[in-house]
Ligand binder design. Sequence first.
Ligand SMILES: *Cc1c(COP(=O)(O)O)cnc(C)c1O
Length: 479
Amino acid sequence: MHSNQSGPPVQASRERVIKAVAKSSTRESSAVGTGADATVTAVNGVDAQSPQLDDTTPVIGLIDLDQVSDAYERLRTAFSGGTDVLHAVACKAVPLLPLLRYYAEAGAGCEVASPGELDLALTAGFAPERIVFDSPAKTLSELKRAVTLGVSMNIDNYEELDRLDAILDGRTTSARVGIRINPQSGTGTIGALSTATQTSKFGIGLADAGAREALIDAYLARPWLNQIHVHSGSQGISLDQAAAGIEIVVELAQEINRRAAQTHGRDRQVTRIDIGGGLPVNFAGEEITPTFADYRAVLAAQVPGLFDFDIITEFGRALLAKAGTILTHVEYAKTTGGRRIAMTHAGVQVATRTAYAPADWPLRILPFDPDGNPKSAEEVPTDVAGPACFAGDLLARDRVLPRLDAGDIVAVPDTGAYYFSNPFSYNLLPRVPVYGYRANQGAVEYALIRRGQSREEILAEAGEPEIAPYRLVQNEGDS
Ligand SMILES: *Cc1c(COP(=O)(O)O)cnc(C)c1O
């Protein structure tokens, strides 16, 4: 698969921003020990407009904004020409308001799967008809809200379809509604991310006995069902496999339309195919491969009929992963059992998947010295550890790296989707601040994307002040 990196050089920009951050960073924060007032503003970079690494902000997330716009442009270009295409960015990959607002202003749509994501998409400025609501467990009130708002919906199962029938009560809806199909087209290399297996939890299995006829009947009985959804791609799934799932669904749509024309005289009932997201990302190097153009080419060759329909895409990872970098410093370094161990502040709270499923989600580690220059030292087998209190909290295990020392900087690239934007609050480790940057030419410019979480906010999420009105512990003297 050939691909080219037409856009701004991600690596050069990343090295420039790391240098700039290193320059403004100190190993010790002036805020430490100076009392409550001083710490409030400095905790996790709450008020800082330009990022630095120090005691109070030992880890940050960085997003290359040139790369974000470039990737979206590559997607638009790849699918341009022909039918109407709505690129609904998958909210869960990067639930950060200013980035979603960028996509809304760029004319994209948004794929959401929970009430929170729906609210975020509306707040970011996506028009309801450009929002696609996909959760597999929509409640009755969520369905009613979606109908009222007029957001597009993909129905997961027949019980959900019955609920929608009851809500509509014989009326049609202006909202575009589809059914999510499981083409049962196979498993990829990552089991937990394979959506098109024989027994996947998502959608209606098309290959099960009687399923095809039942689905066609469901469409024929409901003229407002005018969309079909499949999300068969993902990390670990080849383009051919993803296209095979889409092909099965396009054939179903064509059959529904034939039958609807024959039996009901309807002109093209299904007009839009939602092909989902799931373009894999190269986590092993700088190269962007496969590209959106590669995917378009595979689809054009393998499923030409797709382009007779309007199309929704729902990409997340392929739009954002390459733009993101986790930056932290080495707090301590030691050698145990012959293994170099670099203790950093980036662990399970910003790289949850990698900590819990390291074989499925390996990340590159880029070591820099305290001044932000690529580290050169004797290469030794290294564990790059996070701060959490469990032994598996490692970003890399037994990786051969230039020997890391306290004060060095560790960059973890390709983390712009599903990493620092999807924090995990284990050990009450705070959500880290996220900065956008442009370092394409000359000076580095920053934009705060999400503040770090303050100690006050951590406490506020820790529950009620006390267990009331019950007392679990009886005071001494009570009977
Ligand atoms: C997660 C998800 C996506 C986005 O997948 P990526 O692999 O990030 O492109 C799109 N559609 C649905 C239904 C999803 O669940």
